[in-house]
Write a protein that binds this ligand. Sequence first.
Ligand SMILES: [Zn+2]
Ligand SMILES: [Zn+2]
Length: 163
Amino acid sequence: MGPMPARVRTASSRVAQALAALDRASMRKTPQRVAIVRAFVDDVTHPTAQQIFDRLRRAMPTMSFATVYNTLAALEQAGVCRTLELDGAAGEGGRRFDPIVEPHDHAVCDRCGAVRDVPRHAQQSAGAPLEGFHVRAIDRIYRGECARCRSSSAEQSANSAEK
Ligand SMILES: [Zn+2]
Ligand SMILES: [Zn+2]
C-alpha cells in the first residue's frame, strides 16, 4: 500500500459493495440481510452485533442474532467491514463493527464508551518497519473523554459550585 490519500466511499456505494460481497459469499440477499447491510453501512457509532440486532428486531421480530452476526462476519471476510476489539470498563467492550475500512484510528470515551473515527495522515500510516516483522495494520486508540461527557461534567461542577 502506497501513501495514497484514503478515499472515503459514499454510503450508497458502500451498500452496493456490501451487497456484492453477499453475492460473492453465496449468501442470498434476503430482506433481513439487506436490512442488516443498510443499517450497518451508515452507522458511524461502531456498533456491536448485539446493538444492530436490538435495533432491527423491532421491525423484524423473526430475525435471529445468528443472522446478524453471520452477515457481518461475511462482510468482514469480503473486506467491506472491519472489526475493532475494545476492552474497557465503560461498556464499550466487545467486538465492534466498522463500515469504514480505509486506515483510520479511533477515539474512545472512558465515561460513555462512545467511539469516533480519527483521520490518519498519510505520513502517520507509514510506520517504521519492524525488523523481522511484517506489519499488516497499525491500530491506534485514543482514550479520554468525549465532548458530551466533558460538557456534562462541566455542568455538574458548575451546579455544585452554585450551592
Ligand atoms: Zn463520553
Ligand atoms: Zn472507525
